[in-house]
Design a binder for this molecule. Structure first.
Ligand code: EPZ
Length: 429
């Protein structure tokens, strides 16, 4: 298994190009199942999860073609995918595929809406929590689907098509909102989604669906209204920039000190995180090329934050912020309210010398004058990058093991950081 070696202590300076958002690219690819015409997606990040989803869509009979290089294209430009679900040949998503990439469970919505049936493996839990899908099932039942669970599979049927209805989510769920949104586009009549997730990726998917002929209003607010249509057509859509990647690299620069332009980043996608970094003493400047992040000489101030659905501080940046706060001048507090087990990085950060105390869903981080390199192990996508952030400022050498987690969500991470002066390299096993 690949590992990453980092020698800490170097400042970062230069430019980091921000890739297309993983958490928009995945549902956008799944939305291709809603039409028999070709959906063209631009700025798709080259990630393991995208490759895995391509395999899953292929199992349903979907052709995914990567466009060739274009004049003037740089390695920073995302990929362009031509996705065609002209004929869906299999409405089953098998366990061995879904268990590798949980969001693939969301194919249940377009399969049900277009084919009237779907048989999708329950995704199972993961290291950050039980990750149930009860609210996704509730949403489809509210649209008239008959659901049964058999041998670990969710079997959904709507022989006479889905009917518009009212879906009220008792808690904010991104996957639930994506599922309800996609299913409702082809339902007969009007659907209203209350307490919908407001993450920018929902708005990006809704924009694309509307280009395909859907009739969605209110996406990115907590109340979304969808007028069902009979068919959807192809479209061309560019994936919005990744706010979690943006926040991650902003925290890396804050950790090492230096001055970096996050090219293509859009501040309104992560304003809560940027505000928090400014509170911590980091210089954040919006330019027309992206977001400039700098810290030169000033120390880091401690912060107190609770993760929350958008526009609150995102749970997907919690581990990265914790790594940063290990070097703050004082005691910070981070409360995780979205997932029940998202502190797996704490013990690994402690191996680097961090002082973190856990009490239920709150972590108390006591800033220390220095971190020291060590062997550490990644446990999930965002935890793994928090170890990279800590290693960038640790004295000596750190080896991060199990970096396949990183490859799921961060495109060319080593080269983006090395291009800004980090001493980081991948050690292929
Ligand atoms: C999406 O996961 C993201 N994944 C996650 O990012 C992100 O952390 C999460 O939203 C929260 O923002 C993708 O977009 C591919 P949820 P999702 O449904 O949709 C509970 C990453 O690192 N819940 O919003 O699975 C659930 O257990 C990943 O890129 C139910 O109880 O998250 C959690 O406590 C990690 N029943 C809360 O809701 C359900 O049916 C929020 O989960 C569904 C969810």
């Amino acid at each position: 298994m690949d590992r990453i070696r980092i020698s800490g202590g170097r400042k970062l300076s230069g430019t980091i190009p921000i890739s297309g958002a993983k958490n928009a690219a995945l549902p956008l690819m799944i939305a291709s199942l809603l039409t028999d015409q070709t959906l063209i997606l631009e700025n798709v990040p080259a990630l393991a999860d995208v490759r895995q989803l391509r395999r899953i869509l292929g199992n349903h009979g979907v052709d995914v073609m990567y466009a060739g290089k274009r004049p003037g294209e740089t390695p920073h430009d995302g990929q362009t995918l031509h996705i065609s679900a002209a004929q869906i040949v299999d409405t089953t998503a098998p366990y061995e595929m879904v268990s590798k990439m949980r969001a693939s469970f969301w194919v249940i919505a377009p399969l049900l809406a277009r084919m009237g049936e779907a048989r999708v493996s329950m995704p199972g839990g993961c290291s950050i929590g039980t990750r149930p899908v009860d609210l996704l099932i509730m949403a489809m039942e509210r649209l008239g689907a008959e659901i049964e669970i058999e041998s670990g599979y969710v079997i959904a049927r709507a022989k006479n098509g889905l009917k518009g209805g009212e879906i009220v989510f008792p808690k904010v769920t991104v996957g639930g909102t994506h599922t309800a949104l996609m299913a409702a586009t082809l339902a007969q009549g009007t659907t209203v989604i209350e307490n919908a997730a407001r993450e920018p990726e929902i708005g990006d998917v809704a924009d694309c669906l509307n280009k395909m002929g859907a009739r969605i209003t209110g996406a990115s607010t907590s109340r979304i209204v969808i007028e069902g249509v009979a068919k959807l057509s192809g479209a061309r859509h560019s994936v919005l920039p990744d706010r979690i990647e943006t926040g991650t690299y902003a925290m890396a620069v804050a950790m090492t000190g230096g001055d970096v332009l996050l090219e293509g980043a859009r501040p309104e996608l992560l304003q809560s995180a940027l505000d928090l970094l400014q509170q911590a003493g980091v210089e954040i400047t919006t330019t027309n090329h992206g977001i400039r992040v700098a810290r030169n000489g000033a120390g880091l101030e401690p912060v107190a934050v609770t993760t929350a659905p958008f526009p609150g501080f995102p749970t997907d940046l919690q581990a990265q912020l914790m790594a940063l706060m290990t070097r703050a001048n004082g005691t910070s507090r981070i409360t995780e309210t979205i997932f029940e087990n998202r502190f797996m990085h704490v013990q690994e950060l402690a191996r680097l010398g961090a002082r973190i105390h856990l009490d239920g869903e709150t972590a108390t981080i006591e800033g220390v004058p220095r971190l020291k390199g060590a062997q550490v192990m990644a446990t999930d996508l965002r935890a793994s990058v928090s170890l990279v952030i800590a290693a960038l400022a640790a004295e000596g050498e750190t080896i991060v093991n199990r970096v396949y987690h990183l490859d799921r969500g961060f495109e060319r991470l080593e080269s983006k950081l090395a291009n800004c002066g980090a001493a980081i390299e991948r050690l292929s096993a």
